[in-house]
Design a protein around this ligand. Structure first.
Ligand code: SF4
Length: 322
């Protein structure tokens, strides 16, 4: 049984008197000890899919399909049941750690309160555990950090504290939504390294949601690339990075700054702009931006089909195995 199994997930939200589709027919699986990278531009549905797993969608969202966590169906769970799962079994790290840390409480108070809420431990044991987790996330001085308020820490340190809080109750699933986007490039690398080492030390499944494929190159085992509410390519990360097949994945990768081999940094900005939620082109949703588009691309929507074993692609032109 997979740790997380999402099958045919669709999400729509009310807007201007109708239900606007945001995510359509998404299927994904994640196992313990695995890092699943969810990539795509803003508005692609990747964050909404992660929010559905956490039970954090707006109350008036319509959700169909199935999300099974350790075999238990999450769609239809009430807020009370979700609250018990969040933090204890499924934890989330957000882009801006300041939004998840309380500005008026010390790190110790936040970590120990979280531990005492989800685990039956006394204050002393919670403090010892809090210190242990700050060490695990490689905070240089855990005792001093416990006494600090969030504003006294750097952005990278705050994100490490947020990760410590997320992991303190030993969840089996960690969802990180753009965990490095608000950080300097040098600090980003440290957070990615930390997440990688934590997944190797703890038997946990990690889902990282990001618009930046470069972030996933060193950490993800598998990738799912989202475009306009659906998955257009999914495979082992090594396959996607060495031979991207869907034109959108190819363009996303080309837009990541890389060494040209001539001592210069190369990048090719993607043409066009992503569509607004629900305002998708007829046929293939990527057709307005695709340099390979053919007649059929404007008529029929391509299905996500197996290209090679373990590698699925939704493209009429590039997604047909030879
Ligand atoms: Fe491009 Fe056509 Fe493939 Fe869509 S189906 S990505 S438009 S080639």
């Amino acid at each position: 049984m997979s740790l997380l199994e999402i099958t045919d997930l669709s999400i729509s939200l009310p807007a201007n008197g109708r239900m606007l589709p945001i995510v359509e027919g998404v299927s994904l699986t994640l196992n313990r000890g695995e890092v699943l990278g969810i990539a795509g531009e803003s508005g692609s549905g990747k964050t909404m899919s992660a929010m559905a797993v956490m039970g954090l969608l707006p109350k008036d969202a319509k959700v169909t399909g199935s999300i099974r966590y350790e075999g238990r169906e999450l769609i239809g769970l009430g807020e009370h049941e979700f609250r018990q799962l969040r933090g204890r079994d499924i934890a989330m790290v957000f882009q801006d750690p300041l939004s998840s840390l309380h500005p008026m409480l010390t790190v110790e108070k936040q970590l120990t309160d979280h531990l005492r809420k989800h685990k039956k431990v006394d204050r002393r044991a919670a403090r010892a555990r809090a210190e242990e987790f700050l060490r695990l996330v490689q905070m240089p001085n855990p005792v001093k950090t416990l006494r600090a308020y969030p504003h006294q820490l750097s952005g990278g340190q705050r994100q490490r504290v947020a990760i410590a809080i997320a992991l303190a109750c030993e969840p089996s699933l960690l969802i990180a939504d753009e965990p490095t986007t608000a950080l300097d490039v040098t600090v980003q690398a440290g957070i990615i390294e930390l997440l990688l080492s934590l997944t190797q030390q703890i038997d946990i499944g990690v889902m990282i949601v990001t618009h930046d494929l470069g972030v996933l190159s060193s950490i993800a085992d598998r990738l799912a690339v989202f475009y306009a509410g659906e998955v257009v390519e999914t495979s082992a990360a090594s396959t996607v990075f060495t031979s991207p097949t869907h034109p959108y994945t190819e363009a996303l990768l080309a837009a990541v700054p890389h060494d040209s081999g001539r001592g210069e940094i190369d990048l090719k900005p993607m043409r066009g702009t992503p569509p607004s939620a629900g305002e998708w082109a007829q046929g293939c949703r990527f057709n307005p931006r695709c340099e390979y588009a053919q007649r059929t691309c404007y008529i029929d929507q391509p299905k996500l089909l197996e290209f090679t074993p373990g590698h699925e692609v939704a493209c009429h032109v590039r997604g047909v195995a030879s």
